[in-house]
Design a protein around this ligand. Structure first.
Ligand SMILES: [Zn+2]
Length: 153
């Protein structure tokens, strides 16, 4: 994988794991977020709602056991739907290529124009930058899946 792509790939992974913008940014990016373990769910809901009010976006928060869940309420316009389809379209071909090589790419993580996926069996990577034309990289597009016999017991 090209070092630039490698760098972006790692950044998306660590952003995803660490939620650097906090739960509210996570909500904006992903459309939903659940409260981290150990926080007061009522206080968490109040904070999410307060930030949403400031930004004039509509969210619904619900209590769920010892935690809470927030979902962004939005109606999707035709333009948004079209641009979403245009973002997803360039991911279909690399995902199909990876599957032909025996990989199981799973779901995509997205950050701006960059999208990444990892084979659930052998951790081979796919990187796609959905510019025109799209840039694709990663060993899952050039190597067959090495899951057979290499999985640790
Ligand atoms: Zn694989």
């Amino acid at each position: 994988m090209h070092p630039d792509h490698e760098h972006r790939f790692q950044r998306i992974i660590s952003d995803y794991l660490q939620r650097p913008g906090g739960d509210y940014v996570e909500l904006l990016c992903r459309g939903h977020v659940s409260s981290p373990a150990g926080v007061d769910p009522e206080q968490w809901r109040a904070e999410i709602r307060a930030q949403a009010r400031k930004d004039k976006i509509r969210v619904t928060t619900t209590r769920h056991g010892n935690g809470a869940f927030a979902v962004r309420q939005r109606s999707v316009s035709d333009d948004e739907l079209r641009s979403e389809l245009m973002r997803v379209e360039p991911l279909r071909k690399p995902a199909a290529t990876a599957r032909e090589l025996g990989h199981d790419p799973g779901s995509w993580l997205r950050s701006g124009d960059d999208s990444i996926a990892v084979c659930a069996r052998c951790n081979a990577r796919i990187y796609v930058c959905t510019t025109t034309p799209p840039v694709t990289d990663g060993e899952a597009l050039s190597r067959t899946c090495s899951s057979s016999g290499e999985r640790p017991a």
